[in-house]
Design a protein around this ligand. Structure first.
Ligand SMILES: C[S@@+](CC[C@H](N)C(=O)[O-])C[C@H]1O[C@@H](n2cnc3c(N)ncnc32)[C@H](O)[C@@H]1O
Length: 286
């Protein structure tokens, strides 16, 4: 199927051409539509999403989601650095203050912060860092946990290349991560096609985030590498799942359950689950 004819991409385009301030109003009906069309996908409120994922892992959350929302809002390091980078003209000013920034992407608080605070993973891999907006939240969660390492794989973005509309200098990749948290972050400059399988086979990875090249081929490649090389029960998170139907195709073909939030149908998560047959044979690397 041609990428432009892809249903989720059509929806994404429709959202984008909608008037800017009506954008969010589109999200809920879009989520309902996607849930109906892709039955393996569940769209929920952020609180339900957080609780459902904890339940699926048979984990009693130690705090409600609101606790983590407030923890992020109260983080002065993140706030100061974000606005310093904006004031230096290195990023456009999208939000007036830090609270507004956190509130605007509550689903990201669940996927890139609260779950990490709850599950305290040891090894995490992300593809696609650029300024490091969500990277900074992941690394902050690891710092707060006092354990864990995020490995980020990134080709610095160049305006006009690999669908990027901005340039970030190699030394500026991850610029939104406060220096005091960086003991929990390792940057691997290079192509995810080479580095992702290498790192995934080197470490026992608990958490994977895709945010690099959003083509069908590349997304399917990364999801499948993650599926084959990660532990059963590990989290697979993806940004920009509406660019094409690869995330939906991936979860369907592996009979996985996908989750998202009504407030932003463009972000998805699934658990790397296996049936008894595959578990019986073993999923480890020999
Ligand atoms: C959307 S940006 C990432 C934004 C980031 N996650 C954040 O929250 O700020 C995508 C990044 O992936 C990089 N990228 C694209 N293709 C890649 C590939 N094959 N391997 C590694 N990085 C890639 C781009 O250059 C860019 O830096």
């Amino acid at each position: 199927m041609d990428q432009m004819e892809d249903l989720p991409r059509g929806i994404l385009k429709a959202i984008q051409v909608g008037k800017k301030n009506s954008k969010k109003i589109w999200f809920e009906p879009v989520s309902y539509f996607l849930k109906k069309k892709f039955r393996e996908m569940q769209y929920l409120s952020e609180d339900e999403l957080f609780l459902s994922l904890c339940k699926k892992k048979k984990h009693d959350p130690s705090h409600p989601l609101e606790f983590y929302v407030n923890e992020l809002k109260e983080n002065q390091e993140l706030s100061d650095l974000y606005f310093r980078v904006v004031d230096q003209g290195k990023m456009p000013r999208k939000y007036q203050n830090h609270d507004e920034r956190v509130e605007a992407v509550r689903v990201n608080v669940v996927l890139f912060y609260a779950l990490i605070r709850e599950f305290k993973p040891e090894v995490l891999i992300e593809t696609g860092t650029a300024h490091g907006s969500m990277t900074s939240w992941i690394v902050t969660a690891l710092y707060k946990n006092q354990k864990g390492m995020l490995h980020s794989i990134d080709l610095p973005p160049v305006d006009g290349e690999l669908t990027m509309g901005m340039t970030v200098l190699p030394e500026d990749v991850g610029m939104l991560i406060p220096a005091v948290y960086r003991n929990h972050w390792t940057l691997h400059p290079g192509d995810a096609k080479v580095l992702l399988p290498r790192l995934m086979s080197e470490f026992s990875v608990d958490y994977f985030f895709h945010d690099s090249l959003h083509t069908r081929t590349h997304m399917l490649f990364e999801y499948n590498v993650a599926r084959c090389l990660m532990q059963p029960g590990a989290f697979i998170v993806s940004d920009d799942i509406l660019w094409n139907s690869s995330f939906f195709d991936f979860i369907r073909s592996h009979r996985l359950q996908g989750f998202g939030a009504f407030s932003n149908p463009n972000v998805g998560i699934t658990l790397n689950e296996f049936d008894q047959y595959e578990l019986g044979i073993g999923t480890y690397i020999r």
